[in-house]
Design a binder for this molecule. Structure first.
Ligand code: ATP
Ligand code: MG
Length: 221
């Protein structure tokens, strides 16, 4: 099988920042992804706090990815009014791309460590590979201690080399270091609400959008 794998990158993107963009870019290079689909979460089940309206988060992802030919914005989770689970989104994508196309879910280390709490998480391995990017604050030396045993078992069985991703449609796990950027959307929201400037952590077009639409104002929740 020689189809180039497609990367799937979900997130709240509230807002999208350079940590997200470098993850997508570097994982695409390291794994040889033909495209990366950014999939902003509609109503993610693991988040309780109020979020920026979906249309704004989507618009910011569109602006930030517009000049990269490999980056595609996939708004399928936005259209849903009920909770959107990754497993359902992957079933949907699998239906679109067929059984043989390698699909690769991209996750930061923090997201991976919580994977066994996700809805029907074991089903994910039948639908896509998982590529985990290192993230500052979650050093590799601590992963084993912070990983539930059920997840560690899966990791041991599925651990693979990036070149293996293109040889089958789903089921492998790779872990890759990327340029360590200690940026989070939480920090950017807090910075804006404190009246400070998060420039150089997010693309200028995203910052312009935030100002135009008066997002993350000091008085906002
Ligand atoms: P928040 O602070 O609101 O949780 P976030 O910065 O973590 O925002 P998310 O939308 O929650 O961004 O993350 C989407 C995906 O991107 C997750 O898999 C997360 O692990 C990954 N990610 C986000 N920022 C980084 C970063 N700086 N380095 C590596 N991975 C990252
Ligand atoms: Mg996060």
């Amino acid at each position: 099988m020689v189809e180039a794998p497609i990367g799937l990158f979900g997130g709240t993107f509230d807002p999208i920042h350079f940590g997200h963009l470098r993850l997508a870019e570097e994982m695409a290079e390291q794994i040889g992804l033909s495209q990366i689909r950014f999939i902003p979460a509609g109503t993610p089940p693991h988040r309780s706090r109020p979020r920026t309206e979906a249309r704004h988060r989507l618009a910011m992802v569109e602006l930030a990815t517009a000049n990269n030919a490999r980056f595609v914005v996939d708004s399928r989770e936005m259209a849903q009014t009920q909770l959107s689970y990754t497993v359902d989104t992957l079933h949907d994508l699998r239906r679109s791309f067929g059984l043989t196309q390698p699909l690769c879910l991209l996750l930061g280390a923090d997201a991976f460590l919580g994977l066994s709490n996700w809805h029907r998480w074991r089903e994910l391995f039948g639908l896509a590979h998982i590529a985990v990017a290192h993230r500052p604050g979650y050093p590799q030396s601590t992963w084993k201690d912070n990983m539930p045993e059920v997840l560690r078992d899966e990791l041991e069985q599925r651990w693979a080399h990036p070149d293996d991703i293109k040889t089958c449609a789903a089921g492998l796990i790779v872990m890759r270091p990327i340029t360590a950027l200690d940026i989070s959307a939480t920090y950017i929201r807090d910075t804006l609400r404190a009246g400070h400037n998060p420039r150089y952590l997010i693309p200028d077009v995203v910052l312009d959008y935030i100002h135009t639409h008066q997002l993350y104002l000091p008085s906002a929740p």
